[in-house]
Structure formats: C-alpha cells, structure tokens
Write a protein that binds this ligand. Sequence first.
Ligand code: FAD
Length: 430
Amino acid sequence: MNYDCLIIGGGISGLTCGIKCVSEGLRCGILSSGMSALHFSSGSIDLYGYHTNRKIVYQPLDYIERLIIPEGRHPYSKCGIDMIREGISFFSETLEKEGLVLYHNNDYNHFHVSTMGTVKPTYLSQRSVFNDSIKEGFKKRSKIAILNFSGFRDFYPELAAENLRKNSLFSLFDIITGEIELPLFRRTEKNPHEFRSMDIARIFDSEKYLPGIANQIVNASGGALFVGLPAFIGINNFTRIYQRLSELTGMLIYEIPTLPPSILGMRIDDALKSRFAALGGEFIAGDTVNGGEIVNGVLDHIHTENHGSTRLRSKFFVLSSGSFFSRGLVSEFNMIREPVFNLKVAASEDRREWYSPSFFQKESHPFLEYGVVTNNTLNPEDTQGATVENLFCTGAILPHYNPIREGCGGGVAISTGYFAAKKIIEGCRS
Ligand SMILES: Cc1cc2nc3c(=O)[nH]c(=O)nc-3n(C[C@H](O)[C@H](O)[C@H](O)COP(=O)(O)OP(=O)(O)OC[C@H]3O[C@@H](n4cnc5c(N)ncnc54)[C@H](O)[C@@H]3O)c2cc1C
C-alpha cells in the first residue's frame, strides 16, 4: 500500500488537505478513528470572530492580515493571507460541487444564533442559517417564532428566546415560541431515545410530509416573518427540502443548531467525504494510527490498530488528529503529549496553569492553546529535536491560537490543511 500522501484524521482539516491532494492527481488515503469535531459543531465556519478584548471583529481577513499574521506564531502567520483566502474559496467550491452552498457576507462576518440563543460572529454558514433574504428580513425588526417539535428533547425554544430578548440586536423584535407535531412521532415515541435530530432529519428527507409540516408551522407562528427551527431540515436532500419548506410556508426559515449530533456539521462532513471519494481518495474509517518510525528526520511508515504489523508507507504524511476532544492530544497527570509519534508539544509543565479558575472565564483556558510545535511549513520535531520533513501537522492539533476566544477554529483547520496540501503537491512534483 504505497501512497503519495497519508492523512491521520478525517476531520475538516484532514479532509480539506486530502481533497486538494486528490484533485491534483495524488494517491491519497485518510485514516480516521472516529467522529470529528464537525459532528458537534455549529456547522458554521469561524475565520476570526473576536479581538483580544472580546469586541467583535467585523472584517476577519483584514484583521488577520494586519494583526494576526505579523504576530508570527499563530497558524495563520504560517499560512499567509493568500493561502487563507485560497483555502477558504477552495473549501466553499468543494462543498458547492456536492450541492451544499455556503453563504458569505463578502469579506464581512455575519451572525448565527446558537442553541442557547446567543449570537456569534462567523464567516461561512449554510443558507438556512444566513442568506440575503434573512439579512433583508432582519432589517424589518418584525416577529420571530421559535418552534420545536413536541417530544424533541435536544432543543429548548424558551431558553433560546429568552436569551435573544436580552440581546440589543433583537430588542425591537417580537419573539414567540411554540410547538408542532411531527408525522410518525406517534410511532417513534414508543422509544423516545430514538427521537433525535438524526431521526427527524430523515423524516424531513422524505418530501411527502412537507405540506403537513408547513401547515403546522404557519399555524403555530402567529403571522411571524421568521421561523427558527431546530436544525434538522433534511440531511441528504437538504437544499431541496429547505427551498420547498420556504415556498410552502412563505416564511424565512432559520435553522438553529441543536445539541449534538449536529446535522449542520454532518452535512459538511458528508459532502467532504463524498467529494474525497468521488475524486478517488481512500477513506479508512474506524482505524486508529498507533505509531510510526521516524528515521533521520523522515517518517518511513505508520501502523494502525486494525492493520497490525502491516507498514503503511507514503511519500508524505499529515497529522490532523485534532486536539484533546479527538485525542490528537492527551493529558496525563503532569504532562500533555501527542500520542502517535510523541512529537514535541508546546504546553506548560505545571498542571495548575492548564486551566483558568472559572469555567466561563473571559480569557478562556490556556490548554486550548497547547499543541504540537512546528516550523513555518508545519513540519514537527521528533523526540531528538530533528525536523520531520515529510510530516505536516494541521488543524486543531496546532498550538498558539485559541479557537474559542478568537473564534477561528474552522478557519485554521481549513487554511492549514490546504497549506499542507500545497506543500505536498509541490513536493510530489519536484
Ligand atoms: C465540540 C466542538 C465544536 C466546535 N465548533 C466549531 C464551530 O462551530 N465552528 C468552527 O469554526 N470551529 C468549531 N470548533 C473548532 C474545531 O477545532 C475546528 O473547527 C475543527 O473542526 C477542527 O478540525 P480538525 O480536522 O483539526 O480536528 P477534528 O475535527 O478534531 O478531527 C480529528 C479527527 O482525527 C481522528 N483521530 C484522532 N487521533 C487519531 C489517530 N491516532 N488515528 C486515526 N484518527 C485519529 C479523530 O477521530 C477525528 O475524526 C469546534 C470544536 C469542538 C471541539
């Protein structure tokens, strides 16, 4: 099994890297142990959302170019502004080819509503979360109805509405809440544990229930212009279902993320995997890379739990195994380590410095900025301090940025994945 490029981790970063590599004709495989952060995410891509003083950044690319890139250590500094722009465009075009169109407000951030009813700046969203009609409708300051399906336990309209009412952006809106019934619910309620966003998304995928659902939405909305629904308007057939439901209700339909699993994130995950496979990439799911051999600064091969002693060889490798959440980094009592190759990690050795005293501290937690040390081309160091030239690290495993405090997780994952792909393509052609 010889590859041009083998990627460890099938999250948004590994997939962006893999799709770029296969689109340029490289033989590429992705090994991934489990679900990625996409399954838990809002499904919107944050590029840069907040200044250090928590004020909102309105023009993220301009901000990154002027203030983040010159700082030197941030992953964006290593990519450079042209690569960030190119990577984000490539990502959008890739999803569009799979029928998933993302909205961007030119070079400006727009806002999306979280499941708690907080409002967050972001750069790319699905069109059910933001689009030009929603933007125009918002200016009318009219009525919003936030509806749930009776029996669905992973969304709380009253909580979302209460928090929105506290937000000055929504002070002139009349916000009501309500419930509607889902067809088939009588059958699913025999086992309420099955009544999750994924089950409902499947019901939506079948168009035959739409007229009935649309009627109920209109009746429960009290003449509102907007209706906020938990995000499960279809998964495979989403674009068509969203359009049909908008036509049938005559309302502006807005999807609000639910508790995980995130249908908005899963649509992106599905689209990326489908594109990767369509271009000839090989996605190996459910296998964990548990080591490899680095000889004189070159990663010779890796091995995995399922492949046993088989050595998987490639010209280049990419480590996109995520942060603590995905076990790309692990914490032990007094150390933080990278578990596959034991690469050098930037982290405090004093456990008391890993986290802030308060969970919701404004400055967030220092451990979110820990990660694998790399040079300017994202190559890490082995245990002897030698640069591993044919291994790149991308995405949430990188240090010196804080995806929560800065609001930049998706943007960093895409930009660094794309940047590594460009280096690998160059390397394969030289
Ligand atoms: C819960 C959560 C929600 C988030 N929401 C958002 C959001 O809404 N918008 C935003 O812009 N950013 C968000 N982020 C920030 C997030 O860091 C990035 O957006 C991005 O998803 C990270 O992608 P990644 O590919 O680097 O890593 P991940 O998505 O973490 O993927 C890593 C993958 O590697 C696999 N893996 C790990 N170790 C191995 C191994 N040894 N062998 C094989 N496979 C392995 C894991 O199973 C996983 O599939 C969120 C982060 C988290 C944790």
